[in-house]
Design a protein around this ligand. Sequence first.
Ligand SMILES: NC(=O)c1ccc[n+]([C@@H]2O[C@H](COP(=O)([O-])OP(=O)(O)OC[C@H]3O[C@@H](n4cnc5c(N)ncnc54)[C@H](O)[C@@H]3O)[C@@H](O)[C@H]2O)c1
Ligand SMILES: [Zn+2]
Length: 377
Amino acid sequence: MPGPERIEVTFNSGARTRCVIESGALERLPELCAEVGLSGTAGFLCDARLVFAQGPLVKALGDRFGGVLARPVSEKHKSLAEVEAMCETLNARGVMRDGFVVALGGGVLTDLAGLAAALHLRGVPWVSGPTTLLAQVDAGLGGKTGANLRAGKNLVGAFHQPTLVVCDPRVLKTLPERERWSGLAEVVKCALLAPQQDALGEALLTRCERDLEAAARGDEAALSGLIFGAVKLKATVVSGDEREGDGPLAPGQLPRAALNLGHTVGHALETATHYERFTHGEAVALGLRSAIELSRLRGHVHDSDAARMQTLVRRLQVLAPNKLTPLEREAALVAMQKDKKARAGQVRFVLLNSSGGVVVERVEAADCGRALDAALD
Ligand SMILES: NC(=O)c1ccc[n+]([C@@H]2O[C@H](COP(=O)([O-])OP(=O)(O)OC[C@H]3O[C@@H](n4cnc5c(N)ncnc54)[C@H](O)[C@@H]3O)[C@@H](O)[C@H]2O)c1
Ligand SMILES: [Zn+2]
């Protein structure tokens, strides 16, 4: 019987993903693969930085999987050229249809390796071992794989559900604390959404209020609980809306678009500062302030609920200076108008609702300015 640290997800397409959340689980990765029926030749694609940061783990897994295909990946080189290079290494390694891909690394590596798995021999199963908190709570589950084009981030990709996702809080010890804070912003996003989804309630919200700083320090028990809650929320959302809007939603089911909470302003801040000043999580943390304030201003959220949420969100550490120059502010407003989901000058915001669910609303330019100021005050 799966223990409480296992989450089994079945998608409308029939695909199934098992998520294991447990300290030390990556050390047992080959056994966990066998348990889900993966036993052929493995192509073990690994973020090259982990060869140093997690040397003993990478070596042990390399011995078991017949070698390590270390890839020096980064957001700047999250390209189709890298996916092609990965496919060449999978071919050279002799990964056939009965084989599988194992991806170990941050979200950049797992997105690229997942896409390589989708393309290699027109698709082989894959296993995701996310090693940043952001990747564990966000990129691991849900089947979105991808690469960047010159025109923008994640403009090419495929849905390819991993058979297994293994989230091991122990590997997060070697992450810089700022990266853990970045992942915690996505956890807090899930905590704000969980009470909006029937049957999940506010356990994750209270856990965040209790354990946020301990998790940022790398405390494994605190991290395990938060990762479990966030993955549970994401599992519930993506299993009910696998490809974002491809069918009717069950009553009480959050749309996949709800996961964009805080991201309208977050993406605008990243664009306006050329992806150099804020980590993704820092931009999302600031974007969550905007989303809560807009939800309150538009009467969707009671003042007392908004105050509780803002108190939690403001505990998320943003190490980057959050003042924008007038030029950057203008660039952020323009970026919001150009958001892929904006239409006719109206920007789409995911807002919370005290009576449950989320509201996706189009927001005029003037309110976009207020939203931005709420993020930065
Ligand atoms: N597929 C999805 O649904 C989804 C969701 C969210 C984000 N993403 C993608 O994820 C990417 C961001 O992921 P990220 O934040 O993990 O960034 P990342 O992959 O760049 O990792 C951040 C840094 O940490 C290093 N690192 C990874 N694990 C480590 C460890 N255990 N110890 C020390 N260093 C470690 C990496 O080498 C890198 O330098 C973006 O490209 C984004 O588009 C995808
Ligand atoms: Zn995000």
